[in-house]
Design a protein around this ligand. Structure first.
Ligand code: MLT
Length: 266
């Protein structure tokens, strides 16, 4: 499906009925990241899968920020008539956007799932590197960014077929979207305070072999939140939901089961 959201055409899918779960992919990925969750969870949940602005099949804008991505999500929920608080599941950049969404719309968040992500901001050096890569993407296309990421995204045992599929998705991301996301990530604030103040259930998911965001960063987030759960998924790198779908679904379902129904006030 497609909708005009904050002036741009965004693609998204909605599956199932039940408590809303908003699935926010990372960079430079697409809603395909969540495909393995649909069949197992659609019986019980309303799954909302956007392609973020400038990713997948959604239109790009030259300038983005975590705030603009978060406002796109809020406007999409409005468009869908979804006024209930959501379980927001964010992977990597999706987690960075999730923090911003919590700052701007705390009343719309029922629980937070932080997968393969981190709460700290970029170092000066990392931010500079991102800005340079943004320029390179605009000059040479998204393929260079995709190639640069390929070596780090997957656990060593990931199949060639899975790797090629994601190489293609990343390379097809519009260069304008890639550059805008890189600059937006470079600008993002530290989110540990947001996490500490968040009065919501939190699940942290890490890939045991994630070479982009180490398990150590997941532990730091877990320690920042009282009663946060941590699930470390073996056999997974950075793209846990597609590398180890059954384990990811089991971890998510286990967490969702503890939330009960929002209608019952639990
Ligand atoms: C992502 O998967 O969203 C990115 O790798 C995150 C990042 O570069 O910090």
């Amino acid at each position: 499906m497609e909708a005009l959201i904050n002036g741009v055409h965004l693609r998204y899918e909605v599956h199932g009925e039940g408590e809303p779960v908003l699935l926010v992919h990372g960079f430079p990925l697409s809603r395909e990241l969540w495909r393995p969750l649909i069949e197992p969870l659609r019986e019980q949940y309303r799954l909302i899968l956007p392609d973020l602005r400038g990713h997948g099949e959604s239109e790009a804008s030259a300038e983005m920020s975590m705030a603009r991505y978060a406002e796109d999500l809020a406007a999409l929920l409005d468009h869908l008539g979804e006024r209930r608080p959501v379980v927001l599941v964010g992977l990597s950049m999706g987690g960075y956007i999730g923090f911003e969404f919590c700052r701007r719309h705390p009343e719309r968040v029922r629980a937070l799932v932080l997968a393969n992500t981190r709460a700290q901001a970029d170092s000066e050096e990392a931010a500079r590197g991102r800005r340079e890569t943004a320029e390179k993407a605009l000059r040479e296309g998204s393929g260079v960014v995709a190639e640069g990421m390929m070596g780090k995204l997957f656990a060593p045992d990931a199949s060639g077929e899975l790797r090629e599929r994601w190489r293609g998705i990343m390379a097809a991301t519009p260069a304008e979207g890639v550059a805008a996301a890189l600059r937006a990530m470079a600008e993002r604030p530290d989110s540990f305070d947001t996490l500490r103040r968040l009065d919501r259930p939190v699940l942290v998911v890490a890939g045991e072999e994630d070479a982009v965001i180490p398990v150590e960063d997941a532990r730091r987030m877990q320690e920042a939140v009282r009663d946060a759960r941590l699930e470390i998924i073996s056999g997974a790198g950075h793209l846990t939901p597609v590398e180890q779908p059954e384990r990811f679904v089991a971890a998510l379902r286990g967490f969702l089961d503890t939330l009960g129904s929002s209608a019952s006030g639990s």
